[in-house]
Structures are given as C-alpha cells and as structure tokens.
Design a protein around this ligand. Structure first.
Ligand SMILES: [Zn+2]
Length: 333
C-alpha cells in the first residue's frame, strides 16, 4: 500500500488541500475559506476537502499516514488542543473593524480534526514556510533564515542557529504584531499600530478606501495615482522596518518573502523594501540577503508537507521537485 500524506494550507481567503506520495502531488483542491457559520466551520471544511481529494483521486484512505496543516495563526492551547486565534479569520477579536462575517473568538481546529485523524501536525504558515524554504527553497543549507509572508495578514517564521524557533504555543516570531506606530490604525488583534495593521493587503485597501481591492490599489499605483503611490510606499516602509526590527533581534542571513500581496507586486515592492531595510543600522542589515520565494504558489503545500514529510521522501522531492509538475488545481465551490 502506498503511503499518503495530506497537506492543508488554511489562509484567510482560500484553503488548499492536497494528497502527496513519495513520487509527488496526486491531487490538489482549492476552495474559498468558509468564514460564516458555527466556530467549527473551518475544521469541518478541512475534513471535507481531504475527503474530496480521496474521492476524486480514487486513493484509499487506509494509506493516509499524516496530515500537515499550515495555517494563519496565532494559536492558543486550550485543553491540550491548538485553537486558531487569527485576527484575519476570527471576527470576534476586533468586531468594530466590521470586516469579517462571523463573531468567532477562536476556532477549535485541532480538537475537531483529532476526532478524524491520528497524526496531525498544525503549524503557523510562516513557521512552516521557513521549514519548507530551508528544505526545498532558497534557504537550503542556511542555519539562520527568516521567512515573511505579506498577504491578507503578515507573518514571520525563523530558523536560528539551525533550529526552528516555535515558542510555547508555536507563535514565535509573530512579526505581524510587532508595535511600529504609537496610536496607529486598529489591528485585527485589537491592538493599535501593529505592522499588520500598517502594511497588510487589508491595510492597503483600507487606507485607499472607496471599496477598492488591494489589487486595484496597485493598478492605480501603476497609473501614477498619487494616493496609491503614497499608501504603497508607506506600507513598504513599515514592512521593511518590521523586518529590520526582527532581524535586529535574530541576526539572520537571508530573508525570503512570499505571500500574495508581495508576489503579485514583486517588481514594485522588492526595491522599496530593500531600500528601506538597508537604510537601517548597517552593521546588522548589510549582510542580509532579501529574496522572493522561488516556491511560488506551492509554498503553502510544501510548508504543510514539510511538517510531516517522511525522511525517505526528502531526497526524491528535493531532486525531482514534483510540485513543478503538480496536477491542475481543482477549484471547488
Ligand atoms: Zn496586531
């Protein structure tokens, strides 16, 4: 019987699930993250997506060895189970923002899924992202590596001296919620002036106003719209200062940046981030390389996989890079 690993990447916007074997990715499905309903809606959706992968691929569930879940964080441990307490998923954390269609204060992710699966590993998406980058990506072989995702929210994960840092609830280093501005805009976590509240895709759309999406603000930027230029310059400046602060604490070798806001606009954002980052204390900043992820849309799958990958899969996956020949993603309603 073939060993199978299920991977799940839960974002604030979409959730992706796949089934992998030693040879590669067998099937990959994608659905908008369900943010309405009771607080166990997301774990039930995860189970449904994994079920859909098995049904559509014809593989038998008896081969399933592990489920790796990479998700927007942070987490809180209650009764021994990791619960999601994510500002971009749980609308009950800062209801005055009025952005999310639910009043969840937390999501019982591990408690619900542990009824269905024996071997689950759940990790913050930026923390699992740095693991994937260190195995499969540009960070291969580096002992000091920072991964930052710039998307609906902002997250960071780090290897320091060759070790993944996690902290007591798996939240280290939670870079999106470092304080940058006194009395700044309200963050989804309920505090004011955090990096995420200043630079995330959500913040860029909020600052532009008029119901424009983040992508539309970048469209206006390219047309020379002064307001869009100012907002994107400021968001980049804050993002770079956040990274510089985290680097000042961790003394990293390379910062790899991913996330949809960054990757869709890398030509605009990378130079702005570099310019501001290298302006900070040169002794600490000048040797740090800043690069975009090369794992593209598969970073989330690889992040989830890297949490539970079997040792004898690592070399074949590194050599064959099967994610580059993954089957076309099936979009579910
Ligand atoms: Zn915050």
């Amino acid at each position: 019987m073939m060993d199978i690993i299920a991977t799940v990447d839960i974002g604030a916007t979409k959730t992706t699930a796949s089934l992998c074997t030693r040879e590669g990715i067998i099937i990959r499905v994608y659905q908008k993250t369900k943010l309405e309903g009771p607080e166990d809606t997301i774990p039930r959706q995860v189970k449904e997506l994994i079920d859909a992968c098995f049904i559509r691929s014809g593989l038998g569930t008896e081969g399933l060895k592990a489920v790796g879940i990479s998700t927007a964080g942070p987490f809180q441990k209650l009764d021994g189970y990791l619960h999601l307490v994510s500002p971009n998923i749980c609308g009950g954390m800062a209801p005055e923002r009025g952005i999310l269609p639910n009043e969840w204060k937390l999501v019982p992710l591990e408690r619900v899924l542990s009824d269905h699966y024996d071997n689950i590993v759940i990790q913050n998406d930026a923390v699992s992202g740095v693991v994937a980058e260190s195995i499969f990506g540009s960070g291969k072989g580096l002992d000091n590596l920072l991964y930052a995702t710039w998307s609906t929210g902002i997250g960071t994960g780090a290897l320091v001296d060759g070790r993944l840092i996690k902290g007591k609830n798996g939240n280290a280093p939670h870079g999106g919620h470092v304080f940058l501005v006194d009395g700044g805009p309200r963050c989804g976590c309920g505090d004011d002036g955090h990096l995420e509240a200043l630079s995330s895709g959500t913040a860029i759309a909020r600052d532009y106003g008029g119901g424009a999406s983040t992508a539309e603000v970048f469209g206006s930027y390219h047309k020379g719209d002064e307001k869009a230029i100012r907002i994107i310059n400021e968001a980049s400046r804050h993002f770079a200062r956040g990274l510089a602060s985290i680097n000042n604490i961790l003394d990293t070798e390379m910062i790899i940046i991913g996330g949809s806001v960054f990757l869709n606009n890398v030509d605009v954002l990378l130079p702005l981030v570099k310019e501001e980052f290298y302006r900070s204390f040169p002794t600490l900043s000048r040797e740090v390389q800043i690069v975009p992820t090369t794992l593209g849309e598969h970073l989330g799958d690889l992040a989830a996989l890297s949490l539970v990958i079997q040792n004898d899969w690592i070399d074949p996956w590194k050599i064959k890079r099967p994610w580059e020949r993954a089957p076309e993603t099936i979009v579910l309603d």
